[in-house]
Design a protein around this ligand. Sequence first.
Ligand code: APR
Ligand code: MG
Ligand code: MG
Length: 208
Amino acid sequence: MDSGQLSRAEALALSGHRHACHVMLYSTTNTQLFGKIPIRYIILMQMRFDGLLGFPGGLVDPSRETLEDGLSRELLEELGVRLPVSIEDHVSSCYGPPLRPISSSSSSSSSSFYSPPPLITHFYVKKIEEEQVKEVERAAASTAADHGLEVLGMVRVPLYTLKRGGGLPLFLSHTFIGNARSQLVSTILRLQMMAREELHKALTLSVQ
Ligand code: APR
Ligand code: MG
Ligand code: MG
C-alpha cells in the first residue's frame, strides 16, 4: 500500500491542507480482444492536460462541499456526466507528494515565494455498468466542459500481457500523476482483477 495513509476523518480534521479527490470507475465486460483475449474489466483513466495519466477528479474545498459532492462536481466537469460518489466508495486518503523545493534557477533570492498548503489526496473506486462506461466516454469526448482542456481524452487500462511486454506492462511504463500508478496497481490486486502472479510479472516487465 501507499505510504503516508490516514483515515478520511483524520484527513478532514487537519487544518491548513488542500484536498483532492479522484475515482477509479470500472465495469466488467465480456468482450474479447482479437476475439480471443478476455478483457474482463474496463478501468477508466484519463490523459491529463499535463501529459500525465491519472484518474478523473480534482481539488475539493471541504469547507464548501463534502468530499464526495466535490468529486461528483469534478466528474461532471471532466466527464460530462452526473455520477454520484458516496462515502462507501472511499478507499484511501494519503498525504500528497512533498512540495517541490525552491529552485534557485527559477526564482531570484529577492523574490517572495508562495508555497501552497500541503495536499491530501482521497481515492475512491466505483463500479458502474459497461453501458455507463460508454456513456462516460461519449460525454467526455463531446459535451464535458473540460474536454480538450484539463482532460485530453479517456483511456481504458489493458489488463493483459502480450508478447514483448505489450498490454499492461507497457501501459504501466507511462508516467502517472501523484500516486495514481500505485492506486491502480493496488486496486487491481485488491479486487482480484488479475492473478497476483500475472500482475507481478507485468510490474517486472514495465519500464520505470
Ligand atoms: N494521486 C496523487 N495526487 C494526485 C492524483 C493522484 N492519483 N491525481 C491528481 N493529483 C494531484 C495533482 O497533482 C493536483 O495537484 O491532485 C491535485 C489536483 O488534482 P487535479 O485533478 O489536477 O485537479 P483539478 O481540480 O481537476 O484541476 C485543477 O488546474 O490550477 C490547475 O494545477 C492545477 O492541477 C490543477 C488543475
Ligand atoms: Mg478538474
Ligand atoms: Mg482533475
